[in-house]
Design a protein around this ligand. Structure first.
Ligand SMILES: [Zn+2]
Length: 106
């Protein structure tokens, strides 16, 4: 699922740190353009951006497995007022929608 700043991702990019690849941090949608992201990937150049939890970090777009399973930064989640969890928030939005569809189908 995407880490782009769509409404289901609460308008934030969900990126991991180039150094540790341990958590997904939220970056406000307006602080990064898709062109910035593509340039960063093409040139293997880190994205230096301020995260919702505060620090300015060297970030990168996580691979698809990480976008599904990497834990979200609890501090970023607290700042956004969303539950901590794994993967980008859009995954949970999709799962919730599927569960609701199954409930209504019965
Ligand atoms: Zn964070």
């Amino acid at each position: 699922m995407t880490a782009y700043p769509i409404p289901e991702n609460h308008g934030h990019w969900w990126l991991t740190t180039r150094r540790s690849w341990s958590h997904l941090h939220a970056v406000p949608g307006g602080n990064l353009t898709p062109d910035d992201l593509h340039d960063s990937i093409d040139w293997a150049d880190p994205l230096e951006r301020q995260t919702a939890c505060g620090p300015v970090l060297d970030l990168t777009y996580a691979g698809i497995g990480s976008r599904f399973s990497m834990p979200r930064c609890a501090h970023c989640c607290r700042t956004l007022g969303i539950p901590a969890g794994r993967g980008t928030p859009v995954n949970e939005a999709a799962e919730k929608r599927l569960a609701e569809e199954k409930t209504h189908a019965r």
